[in-house]
Ligand binder design. Structure first.
Ligand code: FES
Length: 113
């Protein structure tokens, strides 16, 4: 089956280590909350579910980074994740976030489905 791409947002909506853009994705047969952020100049997207307890991470819609912009942090109990990989780097998470494939083409951010 040919890969399709779904437009998520404009690239300029994603500042480096800034607010993320939330969206909903069909993932493994379920509708899941997800988000995209920019880190290291690259767009990166994850399912918006903490690996401690499956709550959404953001403390306010789109607020995924800690105050220094170093890690993605769960608003519930403070689990932190590497923005580049989604791997758990602190707090009560024992595995990483679920990665989604996104790419930026001509200033637009697409999810590969
Ligand atoms: S639910 Fe995310 S740290 Fe507990």
């Amino acid at each position: 089956m040919a890969e399709t791409k779904r437009l998520i947002c404009r690239g300029d909506e994603l500042a480096e280590c800034g607010d993320g853009v939330r969206f909903v994705v069909d993932h493994q047969g379920r509708s899941e909350p997800a988000f995209v952020i920019r880190y290291g100049g690259e767009v990166r997207a994850y399912i918006n579910r903490c690996m401690h307890i499956p709550y959404e991470l953001d403390w306010h819609p789109g607020k995924f980074f800690d105050s220094e912009g170093l890690v993605l942090i769960c608003s519930v109990h403070g689990a932190s994740y590497d923005p580049a990989t989604g791997q758990c780097v602190g707090g009560p998470c024992y595995q990483g976030l679920t990665n989604l494939t996104v790419e930026e083409i001509a200033g637009l951010v697409y999810l590969a489905e």
